[in-house]
Design a protein around this ligand. Structure first.
Ligand SMILES: Nc1nc2c(c(=O)[nH]1)N[C@H]1C(S)=C(S)[C@@H](COP(=O)(O)O)O[C@H]1N2
Ligand SMILES: [Mo]
Length: 353
């Protein structure tokens, strides 16, 4: 793992490790934490559920398992800061310099959040939000608080959204939210809270700092000094993206055919095509789709062979979705000071010969 920070623990797998398995083993799955990693006891764990129109309840893990049907969903979790390092090459950005690995794919097992909410009396309502409170303690800019976020109730009731207790058939590891976390497929990783304490249906988004002041897309002319949360767009759905995981940036390759491998991802949609370039994006060739997403929230693995002459080259990848949309060419045109949603064509320098 590339460890960006030991506390709070933030680490990502190296490209070739991430590319080695379509379903990422827990030991290789990226870790993004904002504070403590709580040690919770499964036997006396209770989840509080309540809020507007709901009968308040406290549910044990056994209650969840016995009262609701088991669900499994294969879904990518991706941090909104994935590939922030590329945006930092344009101009300074705040936050950890994630490379291409603040993303992983798992088969999540648990119960449907919608089933649990409906059983407590929840009904769809245009302006309702589902707020999550977690057990971990965070300290930021002199303030101490517990992690909390929210999602619109429509997404909370959607069939893909889970309360998960397993990853790839094993109990969640402590750093991934043991014993229970939410998994909100297609949304930025931040909306999938770990170590859940309480779920509340309410008429407004969570007032927690993580929801109200972070993970927002700000206009390009805004800086930390002129920060205005009223002008931020809450990051929920993740945009189309792709990356080269092999070779890694700066590699020296033998002359001849080079093999490129990576991932591509479109939220809840199929990837129509992946294209690669060996000359900085002047000419392109179609990559092979090595493994289709085969589930709406999973990623696609692609690979391509490029014949490269001796010298310095910039390898590039971009993905195209079913509506013909692609990614922005440069990080410059999407730069924002917290370095979120860096979905520019992924470019890596290599030397051949
Ligand atoms: N309670 C809690 N949930 C959390 C976080 C956290 O710090 N605390 N980090 C969020 C962010 S920003 C991301 S990207 C994902 C990362 O999940 P992982 O560490 O299991 O990969 O968890 C989200 N859920
Ligand atoms: Mo994140």
């Amino acid at each position: 793992m590339i460890v960006h920070r030991g506390y709070p623990l933030n680490a990502e797998p190296r490209g070739e490790v991430l590319r080695a398995a379509f379903i990422t083993p827990q030991r290789d799955f990226y870790i993004r934490s904002h504070g403590t990693i709580p040690r919770l006891n499964a036997a006396d764990y209770r989840l509080r559920v309540g809020g507007q129109g709901l009968t308040s309840q406290e549910l044990s893990l056994d209650d969840l398992r016995s009262r609701f049907p088991q669900q499994r969903v294969t879904a990518v979790l991706q941090c909104a800061g994935n590939r922030r390092a590329d945006m930092g090459l344009v101009k300074h950005v705040s936050g950890d310099a994630w490379q291409t690995g603040a993303i992983s794919n798992a088969e999540w097992g648990g119960v449907s959040l919608g089933d649990v909410l409906r059983a407590a009396g929840a009904r769809e309502g245009a302006d309702l939000h589902v707020a999550f409170d977690s057990h971990d303690e965070i300290e930021e800019e002199g303030k101490r608080f517990r992690f909390g976020v929210s999602i619109p109730i429509a997404k909370a009731l959607a069939p893909e959204t889970l309360l998960a207790f397993t990853m790839n058939g094993e109990p969640l590891a402590q750093q991934h939210g043991f014993p229970l976390r939410a998994v909100v497929p297609g949304y930025a990783g931040v909306r999938s809270p770990k170590w859940l304490a309480a779920i509340t249906v309410q008429d407004r988004p969570s007032a927690n700092r993580i929801q109200a002041e972070e993970y927002m897309l700000f206009p390009p002319d805004m800086t930390k000094l002129t920060e205005d949360f009223g002008k931020g767009v809450v990051i929920n759905d993740m945009p189309l993206t792709s990356a080269i995981l092999e070779p890694s940036a700066g590699t020296r390759l033998p002359a001849g055919a080079a093999r490129l491998r990576g991932y591509a991802l479109a939220t809840g949609q199929a990837i129509a095509r992946v294209e690669v370039s060996g000359d900085g994006g002047r000419t392109w060739a179609a990559a092979e789709i090595e493994r289709h997403a085969d589930a709406p929230w999973s990623w696609t693995f692609w690979s391509a062979a490029l014949n490269l002459p001796r010298g310095e080259h910039e390898l590039v990848v971009r993905a195209i979705d079913g509506a013909g949309r692609s990614q922005p060419a440069t990080a410059e045109e999407i730069w924002n000071f917290p370095g979120y949603l860096c979905t520019a064509w992924h470019r890596i320098p290599v030397t051949v010969g």
